[in-house]
Design a protein around this ligand. Structure first.
Ligand code: IPD
Ligand code: CA
Ligand code: CA
Length: 268
């Protein structure tokens, strides 16, 4: 796809995402306990996630004929293709269900194994973060870039606490302890997509988490890359889309974080 076509598709996908975001926003406080399902330990879902996903899928099908899908709620059978949409219809479901204000829609487009477009829409503030390959990263029509801070001690770091996979707790809390002692602070917002978007626009200097899925990070990855940041897995490699762990940041913060992570996490 040529750049102008990609830009056009990104624009029209942003309209779709804003529409679905407004549906999600209207459901805040309306989901009763009986319509919440537990998919697995601490992984919740309701009709809101599923309806949002269905709306996104049909809107995207109308925009790009024949593309494959990988979606969290599996309202469409996962398929591989030259073009593939990777969707988390509601990232931060626990926040949403507890009426806490940080949750988002995350949509990425992959072409031949490379992410070429990403949109993260933070529903409450109506902030649309988007990027396409070679086109820079944007927040509601303003170009964004990662923080220019180069002093690790002056940085703010985001993470997600383990909530079902407790196998690497010692390593994780070893890293966390180090960062707690050495930075301005740590935040756990509850939406990986927003964490990544906030690194892209410089609100955070870095972010790390393990036990993630591709739909949590796909859109955020291109946001950070196009905003001038660095992305890797915990071992400095590029297995971060499907490898279940990710560390991102400004170039200097990423390097420092990776060093500490390497002292605690050993590649299997
Ligand atoms: C979760 C959020 C959370 C992260 C979890 C994700 P969900 O996604 O991104 O911040 O810590 O790892 O699973 O379940 O709300 O879509
Ligand atoms: Ca998610
Ligand atoms: Ca989700």
């Amino acid at each position: 796809m040529e750049k102008p076509q990609l830009e056009k598709l990104c624009y029209s996908t942003r309209q779709l995402v804003a529409e679905v975001g407004s549906f999600i926003k209207k459901q805040v406080g309306k989901v009763d306990e009986n319509s919440i399902e537990t998919k697995s330990k601490n992984s919740l879902v309701s009709y809101v996630d599923k309806t949002a996903e269905q709306r996104l899928v049909s809107g995207l099908q109308a925009r790009l004929d024949g593309a494959a899908f990988l979606t969290e709620e599996e309202t469409i059978v996962a398929s591989e293709g030259t073009y593939q949409w990777i969707i988390d219809p509601l990232d931060g479901t626990t926040n949403f269900l507890h009426e806490l204000p940080i949750f988002s829609i995350s949509i990425a487009l992959r072409f031949e194994n490379q992410i070429i477009m990403g949109i993260v829409y933070e529903v409450n503030k109506e902030e649309c973060f988007y990027a396409y390959r070679g086109g820079g990263a944007w927040l509601n029509d303003q170009k964004i870039s990662v923080s220019d801070n180069t002093v690790f001690e002056d940085g703010l770091i985001a993470t997600g606490f383990p909530y079902y996979d407790f196998e690497h707790m010692d390593a994780y809390f070893g890293v966390l302890r180090n960062f707690v002692e050495r930075t301005r602070g740590i935040r756990r917002l509850g939406s990986a997509a927003v964490d990544l978007a906030y690194v892209a626009c410089g609100r955070f200097d870095g972010y790390f988490e393990y036990s993630l899925n591709a739909w949590d990070v796909a859109a955020g990855i291109i946001l950070v890359e196009e905003a001038g940041g660095k992305v890797s897995d915990f071992y400095g490699g590029n297995n971060y889309l499907f490898g279940k762990n990710i560390v991102v940041g400004t170039k200097t913060t990423h390097e420092t974080m990776l060093k500490t992570i390497g002292q605690h996490f050993v590649k299997a």
